[in-house]
Ligand binder design. Structure first.
Ligand SMILES: CC(C)(COP(=O)(O)OP(=O)(O)OC[C@H]1O[C@@H](n2cnc3c(N)ncnc32)[C@H](O)[C@@H]1OP(=O)(O)O)[C@@H](O)C(=O)NCCC(=O)NCCS
Length: 190
């Protein structure tokens, strides 16, 4: 994994029900409308300002577009097929040699519990392992975040650490995982 090479442009990825397309500046009002919900942010890290400011989505978008322009990270808008409106986000970035976390995601609560994030996570993981040929993904979540935890388990990730961390909702254990390419490729068909 060459961490210094700029990443290629974010590709459009398609799943059975979703189109993952590059995040765009025009998504700002939608994000500002959906994102600031306690149930959505409570298990996220302390970099999320809370209460969420009125320019939170715009400030974050500027940072994302800058990181993407530098080839540091991928940012996808999660959309339902047939409707280009952003309904969630999934991000992916290479291992920097230190921070054991390489993916982030959130979904509009109206769409939870339908297997959609699993679908998005599988598409992004396929891109990381099959196209970029990364050997592993480090992943993490709050131990209290049952849905996010379950996505990692279902993908075949292995827990490697648990340590106290400060989330938006307060202290909780951070679970760190490694998902190896071989394990993911050998996962049972669903
Ligand atoms: C975590 C999140 C992305 C899950 O999205 P989702 O589309 O509802 O997840 P899926 O439907 O693909 O579910 C995947 C698995 O997790 C389980 N799951 C999802 N949410 C769950 C919950 N709240 N409680 C228990 N299990 C849950 C599902 O049942 C499924 O497992 P199964 O197939 O064995 O039944 C969504 O809840 C979310 O956006 N949360 C807020 C943001 C966040 O926490 N992001 C992750 C930070 S690490």
């Amino acid at each position: 994994m060459d961490d210094r090479k700029p990443l290629p442009p974010t590709p459009v990825l398609e799943t059975a029900r979703l189109i993952l397309r590059p995040l765009a500046e025009t998504d700002i009002p939608t994000i500002q409308r959906i994102f600031p919900q306690w149930e959505l942010v409570k298990h996220l890290g302390p970099q999320i300002p809370w209460p969420y400011p009125g320019d939170g989505a715009a400030t974050n978008m500027a940072m994302c577009l800058d990181q993407r322009a530098k080839g540091e990270k991928f940012f996808w808008a999660i959309t339902l097929k047939g409707d280009d409106t952003l309904r969630g986000r999934i991000d992916l970035w290479p291992f920097d040699g230190q921070r054991r976390d390489m993916r982030g995601f959130w979904l509009d609560p109206e769409l939870w519990g339908q297997g959609l994030m699993m679908e998005a996570a599988e598409a992004v993981t396929a891109y990381a392992f099959e196209v970029l040929e990364w050997p592993f993904l480090y992943l993490s979540n709050s131990a209290k975040n049952v849905g996010s935890h379950r996505v990692k388990e279902k993908q075949g990730a292995v827990e490697i650490a648990r340590e106290p961390f400060a989330y938006v909702s307060g202290p909780a254990d951070k679970v760190t995982w490694i998902l190896r390419r071989e394990a993911w490729l050998a996962r049972p068909a669903t």
